[in-house]
Structure formats: C-alpha cells, structure tokens
Design a protein around this ligand. Structure first.
Ligand code: ADP
Ligand code: MG
Length: 726
C-alpha cells in the first residue's frame, strides 16, 4: 500500500443549495451575515455565498429566476384558513413561553379576532423573542396546520403589523445559509438592471410567440400587481418559453461547438499487434469477465485504435466492475508502448485502486522493466520525487493517484490514456489539465490529445444522457458480476435504534463486518466529528470488548484514515463508523451490514452509493436506513419518496430514474456534473418541441452567425465555457 504522510485531506464537497424554507424577514434579520471579508480572500461573506450559487456576472443574476412567489398582498382571517394553507395574518400576541420538553422551543399564541394560532420556533434568537412579546401586533406568514390541538404554524415569518402590503407577488429565490432572502433579492435586482440583454437570436429565428429576453426576465422577477400566481407558474407562458428556448439553444450550440472542435484533434492510435499484457492480465484475473464487461471492453478497444481522442463515459452501478475494465484499457495502452494515468477524487479511493491494480499488474509489469507509480498530495517529498522521475522516464507505465497526478510538476513521457474515476467529483479544469498532460508529452508527436475514459457509478437515464452528453460516447455496464446476493433494505425509525445494535451483534457473531454512516451536518465539520465520535463510543460500549470499532472522518489526517481503512479491510476492526467519506468506491467484501443514520438527510443517489458498499461478497447483506422525523413530527415529502425508493429497488438505473423524478434534471445532474451545462428551466420531456427547434437552429446559427452564437453561449454558460473545450 502507498506510504502517506499527514497532510490536509481533500475538502468535503460544497453544501448544496438548500431550498428556501419560507424564512421571513423576522428570522433573516437575525441571521444576516456579517459583511466582513474572509481574511485573504477579499470576498465578503455575501459574495462568497453568491459565488456558491454561481452568481458572479450581472447576467448570472439576471438569469437567476425566482423558484416561487409568495402572496403577501393580502391578510386573511385565521378562521378562514384550512389545514395546509399558506396564509398571512395579522394578530395580537397573547402568550409566549419557552418550553424545554421534548426540546427547547418558543411557543407563541396569537389571536386575530377570528381565532387563535400557535407559533412554534425551535431555533430562535433573543431578537425574535422580543419581537413576539405578549401585547405585540405582528404580521405572520406561514403554513397553517390545523390538527385537533388547534391551529399551528412552524417557523413562520414574522414582522411588525401595519406596514404597507406589497401590491404584487413577492419573488422567492433559492438560497443557502448565510445569504438572506432580502439581500439576494436586492442583488438580483441590481444585477438585472446592469445586465446586457441585447438580442442574440438572429432575426427570424426566435420560436413563435416567444417574448424578448428583457421583457421575459422583468415579468418573472417583478410580477406586475395584476399578474396572478397561476400565470407566473404556467410554464407555457411566453416569458418562460423564451427562457427555455434560450437555454436549450445554448446547450445545443455548446455541444455542437465541442463536437466540431474535437473532430479537429488527434490522439495516438493504440492499435497494437502486441496484446500480451492485456491477455496476461485477463488470464491472471481470479474471475471471468461478465458479458457487459466484455462488450464495454470491446467498445473501448475500438475507440483506442482510432487516431481521434476517445471521449467516453463508462457508467455502471456500484459494484458492476468498472475497475477491471479500466485496468484492461490501461493494459492496452501499455501494450502499445504508452503510459496511462488513473485519477480518483479521494486518497482512500485512489489507494484502493492502487492496491488492486498493483496486485494485478505489478508482477506482469516487472517482467517488462515497468511499474505502477503512486502520486498523492500527502506523499513525502522524497517519495514523490522518485515517483515523478519514474513518470518522466516512462518507467511508470501506469500512474495512479489523486489530483496530484495533474500537478504541474508531473511530466509524462508518453501519456495516451487518462482514466478519471467518479468523474463528477472533478471540476472541468481538472479534467482539462489531465488531458493537457499529453499535449506536449506524447513523444515525437506534439499536439496529440490523450484518450479519455470517465467513469461514473451513477447511471444517467438514457434520454438525459443523450441530451446532456451528446458530445460524449456512453458505455454502460448493465450487469453485475455473478454470485452477489441482493441487499435487503429496511427502514427503521430512530426510536428503534436498539434493535439495530442487535442486528449488528448478529452479523458480528457470523464473522461479518459492519458500516455505520453518520449524517452530514451541513457546514459544520466540527459537529460532524463530534457526532461521529460519540456514535463510535456509544457503539463500542454497546458491543463490548473484543469488537474493534473504528472511526473515519474527513478531518482526520490522511495517514490515520488510511490506517483505519487498512485495519477494517484486514478485519482488525469489525465496525467502521464514518461520515460520508466512504461514499465512493470502498471495497470490503466481508462487510454485510450498512447502517445509515438520519437517512432522510441524504440524497437518493448518495444513499444508493453508500448501500453499494455491502453486498459485495457472497453473504446475505442488509442496509438499515435509520430515519428521524423532523421537528414537525414528520419526514418531508421528498425525503419520504427517497426512502421509499431505496426500500423498493436496488437497481441503480431505477434509482436514477426516481431521483430524476424527485429532483428534476437540473439538480439531478448538478450534483453530478459540476461544470456541465445544466438545464434550469427547460424540461427535456415537456419541452421536446423547443428542443427540436433548438436542434434545428443551432447548426445554422453557428454557420451564419458565429459571433451571436458565441455571445449566446457565453451568456448562458459563461464561466462554464471551459466545458465546451473539454
Ligand atoms: P465498481 O464498478 O463499483 O467500481 P469494482 O470495480 O470495485 O466495482 O468491482 C466490485 C467488485 O467486484 C470487486 O471486488 C471486483 O474485483 C469484483 N469483480 C469485478 N468484475 C468481476 C467479475 N466479472 N466477476 C466477479 N467479480 C468481479
Ligand atoms: Mg469503483
């Protein structure tokens, strides 16, 4: 295994944009971030939050449309509201108390003359408590729930009563912690005012009836008083049609540009009479390839034999055996006399690949005077220098590592194939850098591009793949290796935690191992750590002596992480408590039980990936999804849909389809493909006609109006434009 010294670990993925929770001005005032710059960055907290949302240029703000609208134009009587209504009332505070059971909360009673309502706040600030003192008149907005205990609102927005009511609907933008709605609203308004919105569609090319862009944007950002909610939400409205058309056109144009650019590039042809390493590896494998692996291997071999750069996505469910396919492709490039690089997003994953591939390939390479090199940021300088020298001389036929593989100091002698595992974890720039490694590096053939094989464990439904990856060839491993037993998935309420401990004991008694995944606590690694540490201690106490319970957390030094991983792999530790650092790629076949705590907080694909860590051996495996209802005593609707999907199917494609249904294509892909052009407004199914229009217009526009086409793509994809060259 690689030797590693301690160093900063790869950063945790950025928190996802969180849906606005209807938090009104009352809360926002209290949460308003300090407008001071982070030392060294020169960016204020607000600017950083805006950046996280992709809001940098004026045009980005202009195109950042409300995700919904709130009706603050009317005050209603409590007595007229029904369960589930979102309502705005004005009422007198008649009671206010902080209770501590079942947990600390502020309970306020208000009376508007027609009825009373209880307001509950679990997280509250002194300023809010003051605002809600008995005797105050307040304006309250939120969802009314009418149980038999009377009306209630959880965390409603509160402001002083009596201020003027807006005339029109209020836009609500999707935001993240640290960026208050009014601040975002203001930023969007000024961005829109400054943005250049001149026409990019050539005369006569706009789809029938669509509005011009400025009119469409103003209409949607600033609804006029007479515009009803239904009108704004109607996506067949000409304002929405214009945005969808523009967006689809930008996507088509960018893919067309990418395809044309690539047709002009050349790659080394890896057609080689000699296939000895490839064949020997195949021989040495302890198993026969699945039909899917053979088919996909054939597709890759065909690509590698051409002098056009391969640009292929290999998708296959967790455990479908992508690593072998990658290793065989690497062997082909080595047979042809070239080098291959394999890059993984985390050190743990890279180390696993390294361990596996060294085992398979090193004896075969050694006979040829070649070797596998290991490169990572945490390496000691001496070791890294030695590895770099081997890469430069060409002795390292296969180079495995993390981002360190694309470091400027690493120079390949003859790189012909770059393989990127869990490709969605990498940014566009990193992918480009890996390809750039060959540009001058293929000996005697400057300007050649390497072949690129990207691997992903989250399959993308076919229609989506065709539209998003039109410039990419897709291979799919749709068959799992034989001998796997299906994983039984159980949903278990948090209150039945004890039963789960019993289950763990039962598995341990059979000599099996167990994963316990702790929830990600957004934006607080310190809390993650505390939580995971407590869980580890709790489990260690419950399971008693003789059971090794390890802890894996992203904050741990790399060397420590690796030591824990190795101990678990070798069964010196029987239970592994971890935050989601084990999410990708970890392969310990003896592990047969996966417990995921607060499963309701995880995304569907993430849950599926986690579950894929078990069921890798012959033993019957299970996945327990522990869930806890939220403060309102229920699990949110989408969380419930996710848990249900998990319980009902373990087919990665079906999971992907459901995930797509639950989240919609924009978010679904966004979480996977940082940097790819995403559709924010258009829907590939619902807007098929507009897509046809865009497909027809794009080539013509590129031929006849190149400048407009570039401007259009820049407007929509802007900072993501690098993708076009990828
Ligand atoms: P993933 O596609 O998730 O990266 P891996 O490549 O890690 O999957 O493979 C999962 C496990 O299945 C590994 O232990 C691997 O050695 C094994 N495996 C791969 N292909 C086969 C096969 N054809 N038959 C049996 N086992 C296989
Ligand atoms: Mg893998």
């Amino acid at each position: 295994m690689p030797v590693a010294a301690s160093s900063p670990s790869p950063r945790k993925p950025k928190p996802k944009a969180k849906a606005d929770t209807g938090t009104g001005p009352g809360l926002e005032a209290a949460q308003k971030p300090a407008a001071k710059a982070e030392p060294g960055t020169g960016l204020s907290a607000v600017q950083r939050a805006l950046r996280k949302l992709g809001l940098v240029r004026d045009i980005d703000f202009a195109l950042y449309l409300p995700m919904r609208y709130e009706d603050e134009t009317r005050i209603v009587r409590l007595a007229d509201t029904r369960d589930g209504d979102t309502a705005q009332i004005e009422a007198l505070v008649t009671g206010s108390e902080v209770v501590f059971r079942p947990r600390r909360q502020l309970i306020v009673t208000v009376d508007d003359g027609s009825d009373t309502c209880q307001l509950r706040f679990f997280n509250f600030y002194p300023s809010q408590q003051k605002q809600l003192e008995v005797g105050a008149r307040v304006r309250v907005r939120g969802e009314v729930r009418g149980g038999f205990l009377g009306r209630q609102m959880m965390h409603p927005a509160v402001k002083a009563a009596g201020t003027e009511l807006p005339e029109a609907l209020t836009p609500v933008y999707s935001t993240i912690a640290g960026l208050a709605q009014p601040v975002l609203r203001r930023e969007v308004r000024s961005g829109l005012a400054r943005a250049q919105l001149d026409e990019t569609l050539p005369a006569g090319e706009a789809p029938h009836g669509a509005w011009d862009l400025r009119r469409a944007l103003s209409f949607l950002h600033y609804p006029a008083p007479d515009v009803a909610l239904a009108t704004l939400e109607d996506h067949s409205h000409p304002a929405w049609q214009r945005l969808k058309a523009d967006e689809l056109l930008a996507q088509q144009l960018s893919q067309l540009m990418a395809r044309r650019a690539r047709a002009a590039q050349r790659a080394p042809s890896l057609q080689s009479a000699k296939t000895s390493l490839h064949d020997e590896l195949l021989e040495a494998l302890p198993f026969a390839l699945t039909g899917a692996q053979q088919r996909v291997g054939g597709e890759i071999t065909r690509d590698l034999g051409r002098d056009l750069p391969m640009h292929r996505l290999l998708q296959g469910d967790v455990g479908s055996g992508k690593t072998v396919v990658a290793a065989l492709a690497a062997a082909r490039s080595i047979d042809a006399g070239y080098q291959c690089a394999l890059m993984a997003p985390t050190e743990i994953l890279a180390a696993q690949h390294f361990g596996k591939l060294v085992g398979w390939l090193d004896p075969l390479l050694a006979e040829r005077g070649l070797r596998v090199a290991w490169l990572t940021g945490s390496q000691k300088k001496k070791q890294r220098d030695e590895m770099q020298a081997a890469v430069e001389s060409g002795e390292a036929a296969l180079v495995i590592g993390t981002h360190a593989v694309i470091s400027e100091k690493v120079r390949f002698r003859r790189l012909a194939l770059a393989i990127i595992d869990e490709q969605h974890r990498f940014g566009v720039a990193q992918r480009l850098a890996l390809r750039g490694k060959a540009a001058g590096g293929v000996e005697g053939s400057a300007g050649l591009e390497p072949h690129l094989l990207m691997m992903s464990a989250t399959p993308i439904p076919r229609t989506l793949a065709m539209s998003y990856y039109a410039d990419l060839d897709v291979s799919t491993l749709d068959e799992l290796p034989p001998g796997r037993t299906p994983i039984v998935t159980k949903l278990v309420g948090e209150q039945r935690r004890d039963e789960v401990v019993h289950r763990i004991r039962a598995q341990l008694a059979q000599g099996r191992q167990v994963y316990w995944v702790c929830p990600l606590i957004e934006e607080s690694e310190a809390m993650d750590l505390r939580n995971a540490t407590e869980t580890r201690d709790e489990l260690a106490a419950a399971l008693g002596e003789g059971v090794g319970v390890g802890l894996l957390h992203s904050r741990m030094p790399t060397a420590e992480k690796q030591a824990v991983m190795e101990a678990f792999t070798a069964n010196r530790l029987q239970v592994l408590v971890s935050t989601t650092v084990i999410e990708v790629g970890v392969d310990v076949p003896n592990a047969s039980l996966m417990v995921i705590e607060h499963a309701e907080r995880f995304g569907l694909s993430q849950l599926h990936q986690l579950r894929g860590r078990v069921g890798r051996g012959a033993a019957a495996s299970a996945c327990v999804l522990l869930y806890a209802p939220n403060e309102g005593g229920r699990v949110g609707e989408t969380a419930r849909a996710r848990l249900k999907a998990m319980a009902e199917t373990s087919d990665g494609f079906e999971i992907a389809r459901r995930d797509l249904d639950i989240r919609g294509p924009g978010e679904f892909l966004g979480a996977r493909q940082s940097g790819a052009p995403l559709l924010r407004f258009a829907d590939l199914d619902a807007d098929a006609l507009l897509l046809d229009w865009a497909r027809e217009v794009a080539p013509r526009m590129l031929d006849r109006h190149r400048a407009l086409a570039e401007k259009h793509v820049d407007r929509w994809l802007g900072s993501k434009a690098e993708y076009l060259k990828a």
